[in-house]
Design a protein around this ligand. Sequence first.
Ligand code: IMP
Ligand code: MG
Length: 184
Amino acid sequence: MAGMSQTADRIEILISAEEIAARIAQLADEIAASEPVDLLVVPILMGGFVFAADLIRALHAAGLNPEIDVLMLSSYRGGKSSSGHIEVLRDINSAAAGRDVLLVDDILDSGRTLSHAKTLIESRGARGVATCVLLDKPVTRAVAIAPDFTGFVCPNTFVVGYGMDLDHRFRELPFIGRIMQDSG
Ligand code: IMP
Ligand code: MG
């Protein structure tokens, strides 16, 4: 296969698949303990889809039966930095009014993406909008927002895998890692 040569990239594992699975089970218990009303879980695409797929099954194991819808946002991110401009590429179809909504994303960085999503869903009359991110980057936010549920504090580096990409690659990795610089 022509694409096989791409696997020459070396990725250093920062958080293993086993560590992610164990933490997601705990997160689901924390979310269930918050006793959400008529829960609507909204993964933010693209980055949030792998995390959300595992999280909703953990929510089932924790005794919840949420509805699922998706929100697709574009932050005009190319390479490793975002431009700050956010566009809604696909809105939710479900009514959010009167319900508890849980927004799910891969990683909180500048805060612009999650903050935009939260404001949008709040404007629909949700009972409450909570946020759940797998990774929280310890950076100075462009927008002040603190997630309600956090999987891990992220090393202050660009990470890939488990849904997260560098120019649409590496989303398929079952772990979270860092691309090693070529040393020749
Ligand atoms: P924010 O709007 O700056 O908070 O960026 C959030 C989005 O940027 C995430 O949903 C990711 O898609 C992307 N992002 C931020 N940091 C990383 C990273 O280290 N690796 C991959 N994607 C990232
Ligand atoms: Mg994303």
